[in-house]
Design a protein around this ligand. Structure first.
Ligand code: FAD
Length: 455
């Protein structure tokens, strides 16, 4: 069977190795991934997805599902696989009266935020606009609204899913509730979600926030202050402490560009005066090197990092969960973050308390409701010649932090070499996930992911 045969089965474009676009279409966001799939099916409808999955099963091809394509291990492509590419299914329809939005399986967070914020509404999404709604939501979903409204998956009302047997079902609290439970944290293991329905919340057009870069000697005090503050901070605060190399931006003194700095990234959705006071308290903690803070459109904050992170960089990431920021943990960050090799790299510690802790640990497949922070060590750099240096930086940093961290890490930040950690990453719900996988995908058709083996 060739791409030509597949074309007869679907309405969207099919790209095979003989096509001029193949070399671009086979690639995902992380250019370290070099896979050469059998064909890429740019599905235009749930029926196209159905046909592509059924055809892959019948012809014994692996299925790789691509939403936004941001998976760092490159799960949106695979050698000799049929790629179910959802990038043609990106419509976002907002029902402002009922505060819900329906997003196509391939929509990105920019598309989602632009559509919902036109009505002053949003749901929790990622901090980079080009990340897919699909993979991010199915693995949990952390962003500026986590403390106010929970994870992205906590805001899911229902999902339309193409299952491994080719059938199309709707999963919700009342329809296939076991599948709905598994979709909220179990990743892409259970089927292809062609449409997500989300609950929305009022968010001001302009939030108060931005970036404050502190001098390095303030790092310990900043992290300690943040750790105390976030325990019972108002839920309108959705920021996080971070480390970055100063990028060449107008508000950064030219002679400080490229130096590592502890950073406070802030999003305050309450009144601006109160937000300004909270950020002043942070400024008082230590000397500030530079800042870009004020009234910022919520949509702009959510794309602030996008220029640093174009498609085509090399990526290698690790993640740990973190409880309180102890002196040991802060010392490890201070030591390793200062060796950050490239300006695109990021170390972010996202608080996942507040509304995310209101949800019972067994209410969704994302069970880590006692974790205080999800910490990502994101190695991102442009030149493949620097692969060894950057992956070594991430691995060394991770090795230092792991003994101080609870078991597991956020599945959406895990690497391709983290399969051995899959049970810990999915946590206490793994057994139930494996049973549901056995029910909905006994042949493990959807295995190009952080894989749950069917029970
Ligand atoms: C630059 C960058 C920034 C990020 N920022 C955040 C952040 O702020 N918060 C956060 O929580 N995570 C963040 N992530 C991690 C992100 O959640 C994961 O990379 C996620 O897998 C991306 O989803 P995607 O749809 O873009 O990726 P893809 O590579 O398309 O998919 C990832 C996985 O999900 C599956 N999948 C995707 N869509 C569907 C679907 N519709 N139906 C079924 N399965 C599907 C795929 O098969 C694959 O296994 C970020 C990642 C990157 C690279």
């Amino acid at each position: 069977m060739t791409a030509t045969d597949l074309r007869k089965l679907v309405t969207g474009p099919v790209i095979g190795p003989d096509d001029a676009e193949y070399d671009d279409a086979r690639r995902v966001y992380n250019f370290m991934i070099e896979a050469r799939p059998h064909a890429i099916v740019r599905c235009a409808s749930a029926e196209d997805v159905q046909a592509a999955v059924s055809h892959a099963v019948a012809t014994r091809h692996d299925v790789a599902v691509r939403g936004g394509g941001h998976s760092v291990p490159g799960f949106g492509t695979a050698d000799d696989a049929i790629v179910v590419d959802l990038s043609g299914m990106t419509s976002v329809v907002v029902d402002p009266a009922n505060r819900i939005a329906r997003a196509g399986g391939g929509a990105t967070w920019s598309m989602m935020n632009d559509a919902t914020m036109a009505h002053g509404l949003a749901t929790t999404g990622g901090v980079v606009g080009s990340t897919g709604v699909g993979g991010l939501t199915l693995g949990g979903g952390i962003g500026y609204l986590t403390r106010a409204h929970g994870l992205s998956c906590d805001n899911l009302i229902s999902a339309q899913v193409v299952l491994a047997d080719g059938s199309i079902v709707t999963a919700s609290e009342t329809s296939h509730p076991d599948l709905f439970w598994a979709l909220r944290g179990g990743g892409g293991n259970f089927g292809v979600v062609t449409e997500f329905t989300f609950r929305l919340h009022p968010v001001p057009e302009n939030i108060y926030g931005g970036l404050i870069l502190f001098e390095r000697e303030a790092a310990g005090d900043l992290f300690r202050y943040f750790d105390r503050f976030i325990d019972d901070a108002p839920r309108e605060y959705g920021g996080y402490p971070a480390w970055h190399l100063a990028p060449p931006l107008p508000f950064i003194p030219a002679d400080r560009v490229g130096e590592p700095f502890p950073v406070l990234v802030s999003c305050w959705t309450g009144g601006h005066e109160e937000g300004a006071k909270i950020l002043q308290d942070f400024r008082d903690v230590g000397p500030v090197m530079a800042e870009h803070v004020g009234a910022i459109p919520y949509t702009a904050l959510n794309t602030l990092f996008d220029p640093l992170l174009p498609r085509g960089l090399q990526h290698y990431w690790k993640s740990v969960f973190v409880g309180d920021l102890t002196d040991d943990v802060i010392a490890i960050h201070t030591e390793h973050a200062q060796r950050m090799p490239a300006v695109n790299c990021a170390v972010h510690l996202y608080p996942v308390n507040g509304a995310a802790h209101d949800v019972a640990p067994d209410a969704t497949a994302w069970g880590h409701r006692d974790v205080k922070y999800v910490n990502v060590l994101a190695g991102m750099w442009p030149d493949p010649a620097d692969n060894a240096a950057n992956t070594a930086w991430v691995k060394d940093y991770y090795a230092a932090l792991a003994p101080h961290s609870p078991a597991g890490g956020y599945v959406n930040f895990a690497s391709g070499d983290d399969q051995a950690k899959v049970r810990d990453n999915f946590g206490a719900g793994y057994g139930r996930l494996a049973r549901i996988k056995g029910q909905y995908d006994p042949g493990n058709v959807f295995h190009v992911n952080q894989n749950i083996v069917p029970a």
